[in-house]
Design a protein around this ligand. Structure first.
Ligand SMILES: CSC[C@@H](O)[C@@H](O)C(=O)COP(=O)(O)O
Ligand SMILES: [Zn+2]
Length: 217
């Protein structure tokens, strides 16, 4: 167990409230198929060396929302309280993203569109997106903005993905793709992380349809 003192009831209620809303919305979009996906929200003070976050428990049905569906861990992924719950198998990815960005929330989901584009553009290790209005959701306002969303290797041993995050995370772009697996998107709070995730999914569907229309693949 981590050395963190206590998580207040108020904090637990806040996390439950935010997770409940996000889960319902993402579930309605089919983004949690087969227990896939995980969510986290940072709580309390932050430094890259020490921070705490709530993370969904591993293997749970993410379309449901109860206080038994998440737990609190520290920057090393160690639970802050005695619990029988296991943190998400992908907690190491969340830890590294928090360490590098100081974000307030990180959402990971699997979709057919994000899986397909991550494979289509695997050769170049990033998905290029140019001039689409919704790039502005990432606070990038140039008229013909171009972004390249990094694609990481989907190692079965999840911690092996971490050095690729360290190397490839672009501070301008609040998201990463994992090849034929899914996307992680983050923001300063749950509202912004959700906004970014929805924008990524819109853009991945756009890229998919655009490539098909233009017979590029
Ligand atoms: C059951 S497939 C999905 C998992 O392998 C994983 O990719 C995932 O997103 C959920 O893992 P979890 O440990 O429940 O957070
Ligand atoms: Zn996953």
């Amino acid at each position: 167990m981590s050395g963190f003192t206590r998580i207040s009831l108020e904090e637990k209620r806040r996390v439950l409230g935010e997770f409940t809303e996000v889960k319902a919305e993402f579930a309605s979009r089919g983004w949690f198929a087969g227990t896939g996906g995980n969510l986290s929200m940072r709580i309390g003070p932050y430094s890259p060396e020490q921070f705490f976050f709530a993370v969904t428990a591993s293997g749970k049905d993410k379309t449901r929302s109860t206080p038994e569906d998440f737990l609190f861990v520290d920057q090393d992924g160690t639970p802050c309280e005695t619990t029988s719950l296991k943190p998400s198998a992908e907690t190491s990815l969340h830890r590294e993203i928090y360490r590098l960005t100081g974000a307030g929330a990180i959402f990971h989901i699997h979709s057919v569109f994000n899986n397909i584009v991550s494979e289509w553009f695997w050769d170049r290790r990033s998905v290029p997106i140019e001039g689409v209005e919704l790039i502005k959701a990432f606070n990038i306002w140039d008229e013909d903005a171009r972004i390249d969303v990094p694609i990481l290797t989907n190692y079965a041993d999840v911690p092996r993905i971490v050095p690729e995050i360290t190397e490839r995370l672009d501070p301008r772009i609040p998201g990463l793709l994992i090849r034929k697996h899914g996307v992680c998107a983050w923001g300063k709070d749950a509202f912004e992380a959700k906004k970014h995730l929805e924008a990524f999914e819109f853009l991945f569907e756009y890229v998919y349809r655009w490539e098909l229309l233009n017979n590029r693949k």
